[in-house]
Design a protein around this ligand. Sequence first.
Ligand code: NZQ
Ligand code: ZN
Length: 399
Amino acid sequence: MDGFSFRMPTRIEFGEGKESHVGELVSASDGARVLIVYGGGSVKRSGLLQRVIASLDRSLIPHTILCGVRPNPLSNLVREGVDLARDEKVDFVLALGGGSVIDTAKAIAAGVPYNGDFWDFYEGERAPETALPVGVVLTTAATGSEADGDSVITSSETGLKRETSAACLRPRFTVMDPALTETLPAYQTACGIFDIMSHLYEAYLSTTAETSVSDRMIEGVMIALTEQAPRVMADPHDHQARANIMWAANVALNGMIGAGREQDWGSHEIEYALSSEYGVAHGAGLAVTMPAVLSWYAARSPERLATLAVRVWGAPEPKAGDPAALRAAAEEGIAALRAFADSLGLPATLEEVGGADAAADIPRMAHDTCFSGGRTGTVGGFIPMDEAAVTEVFRLMCA
Ligand code: NZQ
Ligand code: ZN
């Protein structure tokens, strides 16, 4: 295990009706003038927006609104939000929605005090050092953005999806009411579940030795997710399954299980190309990307994946010291992950998300994946993948 510094400052208010206390939570975080950020309108249809505004009104907190965040959120709306926040002199950004809305709120929060274009934080080495405080009322169970310091935005100019990460972007509070996720379409619920599973894999695929405690935590959350997912897909109003999945999303990415270990994140970096190129939902893109990345890894270093296959997916213990058996066990686990994605109704091939001619896009997507900050590098921490390797991975996604 490696040394680490871990601080999770986000106050979590979990449970039904907690959104009615948002005004008090903003006040407790010293917010006096709020920018509310939301997406395409689901929060209006559900009545959440109205309940939140009523709560702010009760706490005598003035607000202004920025709406229209779309999935795979764009940089030009962030710039609009930065201008609006400055004009209205807001001192707090409140996100009502899922990862796309939260990431936009964080980008605005970082952009307001910055003397330059916020995109500097998403391209290159510079990370935000200061940001307006952010609060969240969460409506999806997926990204973990409600308690982490990450934000993922797509450039309106180049179409490239990039991320930044900074402690100052961790929300001050997050309201997590599982009932708010009951209006999610089944496809979006499925995308969220696979995203959670992928975050657990990204942390599990580590080159750090002796990480028994976090290994077992990750395996436990994975098993719980495989148990809860069929319940919620069968009955979208299964409140307890919704609650467990919402908590799993948070646990997967709030930093606890990833502490003291190197992590992978190769599948995520490659998936961003699919979101950029085809506008596919992040979790659906991962259902295509991750099995391909894992197969590429299994051919080179199958031990971790074999362990996971045995402990989580019930594969038989491979014969010790037999490389072919290790590889077979790893592949059995990957097949089980594919079957899990299939049970959620998610796509499996590049063609399903990009059309019959999607293979023609591979060279460009491989280049874009590895090109950042003006140079070409590698992605993934478990086994670093250069442009040639990423090209191979994209080919493994083809039907
Ligand atoms: O825009 P509205 O009308 O709200 O509709 C949204 C949107 O169309 C809808 N939706 C959300 N909550 C709903 C609802 N519909 C009905 N009822 C509800 N309760 O769902 C659609 C998708 O929303 P989105 O926010 O895009 O989903 P998600 O939470 O999966 O976020 C995905 C984004 O987060 C990024 C992804 O790359 C993607 O851009 N990620 C952010 C991370 C982070 N900051 O830590 C980590 C993740 O790995 C991920 O990369
Ligand atoms: Zn993700």
